[in-house]
Design a protein. Structure first.
Length: 238
């Protein structure tokens, strides 16, 4: 693999507060700054970046948390609410088994019912469910060298060869994109890799290099086929 998924970065008005919420909900440890270390089954971190932009629409990515039993599902919901989350009505039906919540800054998450077969081989953070085209699912499969584990009715999903969370795209039509997504992927090139060669490879796959990005000189900002921002981090990472 010539490039790795290092983190999912999330814009936040209160990065430290949002980091505490997600650390408490997921049971992850905290690194220096507002960065969370994943559990043993999850291959990427979560980072929380300062932003004063108001959230005015559903995120392009939302979280699916898994449950082994109905009791665990209720325990996860109760813990989220105790930590500062809230229930969220997005038009879900009463008979649907998942429970929709929002974190303290309104980022959507679903606590999935026990017995869900699609997420049976994942982590507690079972899925990053994304708004996106089939083509962008193929793009990210090639970028990360993750196999496609779902490809039906325009919906796609990929998963690291080692397992862990799935990253899925729901197919078209795709919602209008905001000026900047509140979440983006941060990628890193291994120490013995060639950053410039990776940038060119991603461009050949259909990515676009952006003129400026949130992380300044520490990253190369790019966008995928749907226009979603991502970054290649250029400073050393542990």
């Amino acid at each position: 693999m010539s490039i790795n998924l290092y983190a999912l970065s999330i814009d936040a008005k209160d990065p430290a507060g949002l980091a505490r919420f997600w650390a408490g909900l997921l049971g992850w440890g905290q690194a220096d700054g507002n960065e969370l270390l994943p559990d043993a089954k999850t291959g990427f971190r979560m980072r929380f970046l300062q932003s004063d932009v108001e959230k005015d629409r559903p995120n392009q990515i939302h979280f699916h948390l898994t449950s082994e039993t109905p009791e665990q599902q209720q325990e996860t919901v109760a813990r989220a609410v105790e930590l500062g989350g809230r229930h969220l009505d997005v038009g879900q039906l009463p008979e649907e088994g998942h429970i929709v919540l929002a974190d303290p800054e309104g980022n959507e998450l679903c606590v999935i019912e026990a017995g869900n077969k699609f997420l049976a081989d994942t982590a507690f953070l079972g899925e990053l469910a994304s708004d996106g085209t089939r083509a962008v699912g193929y793009f990210w499969s090639k970028v990360l060298d993750y196999p496609l584990v779902w490809d039906q009715d325009e919906e796609t999903a990929i998963q690291a060869p080692s397992g862990g969370p799935k990253i899925a795209w729901g197919g078209g039509p795709v919602s209008p994109k905001p000026p900047k997504n509140r979440m983006h992927f941060d990628l890193v090139v291994p120490a013995d890799g060639d950053v410039d060669a990776e940038v060119e490879r991603l461009i050949a796959l259909g990515a676009t290099r952006l003129e400026s990005g949130q992380e300044g000189a520490d990253a190369i900002p790019m966008a995928d086929l749907d226009g979603n921002e991502f970054c290649i981090l250029t400073t050393p990472r542990g």
